[in-house]
Design a binder for this molecule. Structure first.
Ligand code: CAA
Length: 260
């Protein structure tokens, strides 16, 4: 006799997840690594897109030793054609992509009056243009197959605005507009598009802030601590899941109460 639906439910969801393929840009970095590991635990086949070959190869070995089997692909996210090559490699060698996490990002902080245009361009290219470069490559396939999850890793500083970050705050705010516009185009096609907006996460990017400035920022976070990368990965895992099908065009703010 067929078991009641409540018993079957988690298993059928997990079974379907086993076939999903995910790509995470900046996959070898602070938040990216936690996302890749969480996706492996969720039963996905995971590809970490990287920019630095030497670092990525060593990272992949370390992940394997820790029990995480993760593919890697070279993917300079600022170059549209190179993104196309990387996506083609994944599709040919791993399979069609169901989940894209646009996570690659950099900071080039500096007060506006001292900011050269190179710092503006670099951050807009890496953090915002990359979202177009990657999403454009996978979007049509997702629509054809009737399933897709596009998750853009924005930042509390895209909502709050941050001193010394006009470039970064503009790029991260731009991701919200991209997300909401594309979500409308795909709402009836099984493809969801969302942002997640982390606050200050204990990663090398945040630890690079001068200690006195970082302490000031930490002092203003209602939870009184930095976020753990796995807490962000938990949110991304939700947005990637089958049951998040009704969540689109939305933002998941995980910032310890820094911006409400
Ligand atoms: N919060 C509170 N005060 C800040 C501040 C901040 N975010 N940023 C700067 N200040 C203060 C400084 O403490 C300093 O105060 P005093 O004059 O009282 O000493 C004043 O503003 C001027 O700052 P600096 O002396 O540091 O100026 P600078 O030109 O040497 O450096 C800077 C400018 C590089 C932007 C530096 O201030 C800085 O690194 N600020 C932090 C910027 C930041 O928050 N970056 C986030 C990076 S992590 C990230 O982006 C991940 C994410 O998504 C959250």
């Amino acid at each position: 006799r067929r078991p009641p639906r409540s018993t079957l439910f988690p298993y059928t969801t997990l079974f379907r997840s086993l076939y999903k393929k995910a790509i995470v840009t900046g996959g070898t970095g602070g938040i990216g690594e936690a996302v890749c590991q969480r996706f492996v635990q969720d039963g996905y086949k995971v590809v970490a897109a990287y920019n630095n070959k030497e670092k990525a190869e060593a990272w992949q070995i370390a992940q394997k030793e820790a029990g995480f089997d993760i593919d890697i692909v070279h993917c300079p996210v600022t170059d549209f054609d190179a993104c196309g090559v990387a996506i083609k490699w994944v599709e040919d060698n791993v399979g069609p992509i169901d989940i894209l996490v646009n996570n690659a990002g950099i900071t080039k902080d500096g007060m506006f009056k001292k900011m050269p245009i190179e710092r503006w361009d670099a951050v807009i290219d890496t953090n915002l243009n990359s979202v177009f470069n990657m999403t454009r490559q996978v979007f049509e396939g997702m629509v054809e197959r009737g399933f897709g999850r596009i998750i853009n890793v924005s930042s509390v500083n895209g909502q709050l605005g941050q001193m010394g970050q006009v470039n970064y705050s503009a790029a991260k705010a731009g991701m919200h507009g991209f997300t909401k516009a594309l979500a409308r185009e795909t709402a009836r096609k099984g493809v969801t598009v969302n942002t997640i907006s982390p606050g200050y996460v204990a990663t090398p990017m945040v630890m690079a802030i001068a200690e006195d400035v970082r302490k000031k920022i930490e002092g203003g976070i209602p939870t009184g601590r930095l976020c753990k990368p796995e807490e962000i990965a938990h949110g991304i895992s939700f947005l990637a899941s089958e049951l998040a099908a009704y969540t689109t065009g939305s933002d998941l703010s995980m910032n310890g109460g820094l911006f409400m």
